[in-house]
Design a protein around this ligand. Structure first.
Ligand code: AP5
Ligand code: ZN
Length: 215
C-alpha cells in the first residue's frame, strides 16, 4: 500500500516510517531527509534551501515535487510511505497527478494527532544517527549505550539545526497555515484516518498497522 503520514513537526512521522520500512519492506520517501542529504552533499539546490530550512520555513513546491517525482519512477518495494510530503495543497494535487501517471493509488492518509506542548519536548530532545538515520530521544528513546547507535553501532550522533524553540515555532506556524488544510482535503476524498500520536511508539505502530491491514 501507499500511505501518507501527515502531522506537525515532531508528531513521529519519521519514527513510524522507519518502523514500516523494517517491518513491511515499505519505502520511506521523506522530503526532509532528501533536502538534508542535498545540503550534506553540497549541491546547488542544497545550498539554496539551507537558510529557509534552518528558519523553519517551507521550501518551494517546485523543489520538493521534483524530488518526489524522481523517486516515484524508481523502485517500489512494499509501497511508499510519504513522510513530510505533501505539505501544501499544490503538493497534494501534484502527488495525485504523479501517482496517476505511474499507475499507483494512494491507499490511506494517516493523520498523527498530537498537541503543541508535547511537540516542544519531542523536538528539543531528538537526536539521530548520522550513519543510518535511526531516530532517538533523550528521554523517550535513549540509545542503550550512551552515544552509540543501537542499530549500526556508529557514534556519529547528530542534532538538527532547526530543532530549537524559535525555528520550531516557525515550523508550527507553517504547518497550521499551509499543511493543516490537507486534513480537510483528504477527509473529503475519503481516505483520512486519525491516529493518536501521543500514545507509546508501539501503540502508534499498532494503530497504523491496523489501517494498513484493512486496506
Ligand atoms: P522534515 O524533516 O519533514 O521535518 P518535520 O516535518 O518538522 O518533521 P520532523 O522530522 O521534525 O518530525 P517527525 O514527525 O518525523 O518526528 P520524529 O519521528 O523524528 O522537514 C524539515 C524541513 O524541510 C521543513 O521545515 C522544510 O523547510 C523542509 N521541507 C521538508 N519537506 C517539505 C515539503 N514537502 N515542502 C516544503 N518544505 C519541506 O519524532 C520526533 C521525536 O519524538 C524523536 O526524538 C522521537 O524519538 C520522539 N518520538 C516519536 N514518537 C514518539 C512517541 N510515540 N512517544 C514518545 N516519543 C516519540
Ligand atoms: Zn545508526
Amino acid at each position: 500500500p501507499n500511505i501518507i503520514l501527515l502531522g506537525p513537526p515532531g508528531a513521529g512521522k519519521g519514527t513510524q516510517a522507519k518502523r514500516l520500512e523494517e517491518e513491511r519492506g515499505m519505502v520511506q520517501l521523506s522530503t526532509g531527509d532528501m533536502l538534508r542529504a542535498a545540503r550534506t552533499s553540497g549541491t546547488e539546490m542544497g545550498k539554496r534551501v539551507a537558510d529557509v530550512m534552518d528558519r523553519g520555513e517551507l521550501v518551494t513546491d517546485e523543489i520538493v515535487i521534483g524530488l518526489i517525482e524522481e523517486k516515484l519512477t524508481g523502485e517500489q518495494g512494499g509501497g511508499f510511505i510519504f513522510d513530510g510530503f505533501p505539505r501544501t495543497l499544490a503538493q497534494a494535487d501534484a502527488l495525485e497527478a504523479l501517482m496517476a501517471r505511474v499507475g499507483q493509488t494512494l491507499d490511506a492518509v494517516v493523520e498523527m494527532q498530537v498537541d503543541d506542548a508535547a511537540l516542544v519536548a519531542r523536538i528539543t530532545g531528538r537526536f539521530t544517527c548520522g550513519n543510518c538515520g535511526a531516530v532517538y530521544h533523550d528521554v523517550t528513546k535513549p540509545t542503550k549505550v550512551a552515544g552509540v547507535c543501537d542499530v549500526c553501532g556508529s557514534t556519529d550522533m547528530k542534532r538538527r539545526a532547526d530543532d530549537n524553540e524559535d525555528s520550531l515555532k516557525t515550523r508550527l506556524m507553517e504547518y497550521y497555515k499551509k499543511t493543516s488544510p490537507l486534513i480537510g482535503y483528504y477527509w473529503a476524498k475519503g481516505n483520512l484516518v486519525g491516529v493518536d500520536g501521543l500514545a507509546e511508539m508501539d501503540d502508534v505502530s499498532a494503530a497504523i498497522s491496523k489501517v494498513l491491514d484493512k486496506g
